[in-house]
Design a protein around this ligand. Structure first.
Ligand code: SAH
Length: 378
């Protein structure tokens, strides 16, 4: 099947091993790769990358995300956007941007909820930032299926978005951006690289300083030899771009992801068929992700002049937006099995020890906008 036909059908190309062979060739030519190079190739290589070959999201894929767990997630985010739109002075046209929209589920649910505020729904122009043709085809199918679809445009990069008032959503987008890893050594931080061995890929240490080390935050001492620290230049650049856009737009952005405030520790992980997997085994056939350093994103956005709210726990955010009431209403409407499923989804999305705690929410807004919903509770 041609790549394009495969993409439209959302099915996998024969990828197994092809990406590993490509990475081995790269290493033979240029020497060991940074973790960021390895991750970028594994996820986004045009033919063999995990996101480019097939849809990895959902029960049949590698991992599940909050919008796939329950419609409540996207609906509440749609209402959060409607509230921000009002606080921005209800502009006649507003871009609703989503970074890495996956199967398009969050956007469909958000648009359905947005219909509760008809002038907001009418003002929306949807812009999706997505590199994968497989995922784009799924997003198009999801949006074609709704009543009265808004105008939709796709972009490869944030920089392609037009100027103007903007509401932006990024759920589990930043965790897919390539990270660099560093090891604490007596000589200072040294980058963790990936070499090829007969038995597969293995970690090696860069012999001297490498450029990405300049991005390590101050207060990140090398006092524990062997400790690991991470930086995500693509994430910092995106946070700065988003900040500039919410200032100029004006606008507001909501970033939701798994992570915390501390850049220390090895958070790089691979997930395949819903199970943890070795990060170096079988690249291109597993999802690779790293925890998002929300502290670094907040600093980058604030340095660009935007207002920053949070990060707060996803459970706290969704509770403040009224997920309890929405869950009760949905559970009342269904039979016993449906009601149980709604309660279970509510628990997974909000409970401590679940996504409610492990996932965080950060808002980046125009400083002239009144405080946004969800961030004002103690
Ligand atoms: N937000 C969705 C999907 C998360 S998976 C959800 O919550 O279900 C990450 C998504 O980002 C996928 O659609 C993937 O194809 C896309 N993606 C990953 N890296 C990207 C990049 N650098 N630029 C644009 N899209 C990217």
């Amino acid at each position: 099947m041609a790549d394009r036909a495969r993409a439209a059908a959302g099915v996998s190309a024969p990828g197994s091993g092809a990406l590993a062979a490509h990475l081995e060739r790269l290493i033979a030519i240029q020497g060991p790769l940074t973790v960021a190079q390895f991750m970028a190739e594994a996820l986004l290589h045009p033919r063999h990358g995990t996101y480019m070959r097939a849809n990895p999201i959902g029960l049949a894929g590698d991992f599940t995300t909050a919008p796939e767990i329950s419609q409540m997630f996207g609906e509440l985010i749609g209402l959060w956007c409607a509230d921000c739109w009002q606080k921005l002075g209800a502009p006649g046209h507003v871009q609703l941007v989503e970074l890495g929209p996956g199967r398009g589920t969050l956007m469909v649910d958000a648009l359905r909820a947005a219909a509760m505020v008809p002038p907001f729904r009418a003002a929306l122009r949807v812009h999706l930032v997505e590199v994968s043709p497989v995922m784009r085809a799924l997003q198009r199918a999801a949006l074609d299926g709704i009543a009265n679809p808004p105008p939709v445009r796709w972009h490869d990069r944030l920089a392609e978005l037009p100027d103007g008032p903007m509401l932006l959503i990024a759920n589990e987008f930043f965790d897919a951006l390539p990270i660099h890893q560093f090891l604490a050594t007596p000589e200072g931080w040294r980058e963790r690289m990936i070499a090829a061995a007969d038995t597969g890929f293995r970690f090696v240490r860069a012999p001297g300083p490498t450029p990405a080390a300049a991005l390590l935050r101050r207060g990140c001492p090398t006092d524990q030899p062997g400790a690991i620290a991470e930086v995500c230049p693509a994430g910092l650049a995106a946070a700065r771009d988003i900040a500039a856009r919410v200032l100029a737009g004006p606008g507001a952005a909501l970033i939701i992801d798994f992570g915390g405030r501390d850049p220390r520790g090895d958070s790089w992980q691979a997930v395949r068929r819903h199970r943890r997997h070795d990060v170096l085994a079988d690249p291109g056939n597993a999802d690779l992700a790293a925890q998002v350093d929300f502290g670094a994103l907040a600093l980058a956005a604030a340095a660009a002049g935007a207002a920053v709210h949070g990060p707060i726990a996803q459970g706290v955010f969704l509770d403040a937006l009224g997920i309890g009431m929405r869950a009760a209403a949905l559970a009342d409407r269904g039979d016993k099995a449906r009601s149980k499923a709604v309660h279970l989804a509510h628990h997974r999305l909000t409970a401590p020890g679940e996504m409610g705690e492990h996932f965080k929410v950060l808002a980046i807004t125009d400083p002239d906008m009144p405080a946004c919903a969800g961030f004002d509770s103690p």
